[in-house]
Ligand binder design. Structure first.
Ligand code: AMP
Length: 416
């Protein structure tokens, strides 16, 4: 037997319907904010992710699905959405006409070679939003507000924005220097990865999963003490906007997010004060570092599977309707053709219809009516059909009537 791969899953039945319902909520809210849907290829040139996500991140060092195709190209399965969307933005020269910001959203499968565990898979989905062409804190606030409201619309209301700023390049460089000065005497006490991060990207030591409880990190310098006037003013303006928009947030000095490309604002949306559902931030240098001109941008990505798990955990009711409208029963095989014709007609008129495809006894067909929880059943028999009539029965009230075959649609329209 061939089994599915570790860290992957099949989506079927109620699970697929729940996802469809959530997708509809996400599509609808993105429409309200006027974001257009985008889907990028599953694989891209490896260089795209290695250059954008950063060589020092776990994602690129340990988690990408890299492979060579038959034409000897180095390819990588998409581990996140932003890099691909920036590639699309540059490739289509969308920076050429930025009289309005470019706003897009995606809902795509991602691939990371991780150790599968609860909430961590090798194939998983992310929903995300990206905004190009505005450096304003108004754009930061719009992205935060869209992601925050999306969770609330799904029914997750005990959420909060964990917010931080990495400041502009000057502030960040000063902070990196202070971090290194502080950490230098303790370097051997840090985990192996952090020892490597110390030179390449010291900011990432702050969100190390291994060293997070290390006492050394508890007294580490805070970015807020290194923000220059511009960065500080900008961060304060964003906080004012969030207050005004009634968005709950807390400032977390240690939040840096895993990726190398963030500048200024970074944030996560957390549930019950602890559980991160997704995160994002501003990435003003990424378009340029991937070969485009300097274009400011800001975005957010939501862990779709975790969010679904949380909806389940919180017993949030996702309406799923598996009931059908009509089951067409044939008394004998003589009525099968009429059944096929009628089913076609009813389906094209918007009804959910099942028929017997197995040439079974009437008794077995009645059992199917109950299994499908059909609202109505229509019994086809030759004698009635000769007079252009059928018996239609309401499966709940058990009331039945004989009606003209041409009146079925009107009858169902009136009763469903
Ligand atoms: P990241 O792109 O790492 O910032 O992750 C954004 C969100 O995607 C996280 O908050 C997670 O909820 C989700 N996520 C990241 N990696 C995985 C994974 N391996 N499996 C499932 N969800 C993931």
């Amino acid at each position: 037997m061939i089994l599915k791969q570790k860290g992957t899953y099949d989506i079927f039945g109620d699970e697929a319907k729940k996802r469809q319902y959530i997708n509809e909520i996400l599509d609808a809210i993105c429409q309200k904010y006027n974001y257009s849907k985008i889907e990028t290829p599953v694989f891209e040139s490896s260089e795209l992710f290695h250059r954008s996500v950063g060589e020092t991140t776990d994602m690129v060092q340990k988690e990408t699905y890299d492979f060579k195709d038959r034409g000897d190209r180095n390819l990588t399965l998409r581990p996140e959405g932003t890099a691909s969307i920036v590639r699309w933005f540059i490739e289509n020269k969308l920076y050429g006409n930025l009289s309005d910001p470019v706003k897009v959203y995606y809902n795509m499968k991602m691939y990371r070679y991780e150790r599968p565990q609860s909430g961590r898979n090798r194939e998983f989905s992310q929903w995300g939003i990206e905004l190009f062409g505005s450096d304003s804190e108004l754009a930061d606030a719009e992205i935060i507000s869209l992601s925050y409201n999306a969770y609330r619309l799904m029914g997750l209301d005990n959420i909060c924005v964990k917010l931080n700023t990495l400041g502009d390049t000057e502030s960040r460089e000063n902070y990196k220097k202070a971090l290194k000065d502080y950490l230098k005497p303790y370097i051997n006490e840090l985990c192996e990865d952090c020892q490597e991060r110390f030179e390449k990207n010291p900011l990432r030591i702050l969100d190390c999963k291994v060293d997070c409880d290390n006492d050394i990190l508890k007294n580490i310098p805070k970015i807020s003490d290194f923000l220059n006037e511009t960065s500080l003013t900008r961060f304060n303006k964003l906080k004012e906007l969030l207050d005004l928009m009634d968005i709950k947030y807390i400032v977390d000095d240690k939040l840096v997010r895993g990726l190398d490309y963030y500048t200024h604002m970074v944030y996560e949306i957390v549930l019950d004060d602890s559980y991160a559902l997704g995160g994002g931030g501003r990435y003003n240098n990424l378009v340029e570092s991937l070969g485009g001109p300097s274009v400011p941008a800001v975005g957010f990505a939501m862990g779709y599977d975790r969010t679904m798990a949380m909806l389940e955990d919180k017993n949030i009711n996702i309406p799923i309707n598996n009931d059908i409208d009509v089951y067409l029963l044939s008394v004998s095989s003589d009525e099968k053709e009429t059944s096929a014709y009628l089913a076609q007609n009813l389906r094209l008129n918007g009804f959910i219809v099942e028929t017997d495809l197995l040439d079974r006894s009437l008794k077995s067909q009645f059992k199917s009516v109950d299994r499908f929880n059909s609202k109505f059943l229509i019994v086809l028999n030759d004698d009635d059909l000769a007079k252009n009539e059928v018996v239609i029965k309401d499966n709940k009230t058990k009331e039945e009537e004989k009606i003209n075959i041409n009146d079925i649609i009107d009858y169902l329209d009136m009763h469903i």
